[in-house]
Design a protein. Structure first.
Length: 256
């Protein structure tokens, strides 16, 4: 089973994970929120609300629980403005997934290849629904990286993101490059650079690009937030970091 197949509530998920400690409950909750809702970073107040949603009384010493998880390198801290926010580390993800394998919520390592093959075949069948041959080429390369004989998960994420960006740039071309530049200027995101072809959109930072196309009506806010999560993963995979995505995360990124 992959997490995408799970359709239960947060409360049901935490119960099914069979964790007992506050630290493990914390990382299981944040894992669920990231995967099912696309929210990577969170504040302590968010975590308190999720405990309540999971029908678990929030611990009075919740900041201490978060601090302990951070010191154990299960969470990554980040100072933004005057508040500290957190996200799961790769160590935290591995810890949760090991527990989920033990209770049957995720495929065990020995079962992964069969699941990977099944999903890859399903995604390959959807390729014919992509009319643009260049866009199809990016996605086909991504799926090749997911092949059970390859298992190049980082590469799959990089190529999948390239295909998504190409698709969105073609949408901008359809609406008009002048309109893109006007919205960029209206948002005061920086100096406007002339755009004559989709290749010229390379001059713009991808997070800015996503904000602009949201304002253009090409995507909505929910999609933009999901894509920003995918972009963070793509950036982590494209540089020397500790991020080592497994099949479930790579598959989720491609489907998004």
């Amino acid at each position: 089973m992959s997490l995408e197949d799970y359709d239960g509530s947060l409360c049901e998920f935490v119960k099914a994970s069979q964790v007992t400690s506050l630290t493990d409950t914390t990382v299981v909750i944040t894992y669920f929120i990231e995967w099912k809702r696309g929210k990577q970073w969170f504040f302590t107040a968010d975590l308190r609300a999720w405990f309540i949603e999971a029908l678990i009384p929030p611990p009075i010493n919740l900041p201490d629980v978060v601090s302990k998880a951070t010191k154990s390198q299960l969470l990554i801290p980040d100072k933004t403005s005057d508040r500290m926010r957190y996200r799961l580390s790769q160590k935290g993800i591995d810890r949760v997934e090991k527990q989920l394998e033990q209770v049957g919520l995720l495929a065990k390592r020995g079962e992964e290849s069969a699941l990977l093959k099944e999903v890859s075949q399903s995604l390959y069948e959807s390729l014919t629904q992509i009319p643009d041959l260049d866009e199809r080429g990016y996605i086909q390369e991504a799926l090749t990286c997911l092949d059970p004989r390859v298992k190049a998960y980082r590469a799959a994420i990089l190529m999948g993101w390239a295909g998504a960006v190409y698709h969105l740039r073609k949408q901008v071309e359809r609406v008009g490059f002048d309109r893109f530049c006007q919205v960029f200027d209206d948002l005061s995101l920086g100096k406007v650079k002339k755009v004559n072809t989709i290749d010229d959109l390379e001059y713009y930072q991808e997070k800015d690009f996503l904000l602009v196309i949201e304002k253009m009506g090409i995507i909505d806010k929910a999609v933009r937030i999901q894509l920003e999560t995918c972009l963070d993963l793509r950036n982590a995979c494209g540089h020397p970091t500790q991020v080592n995505p497994k099949f479930t995360r790579s598959n989720h990124s491609l489907k998004t």
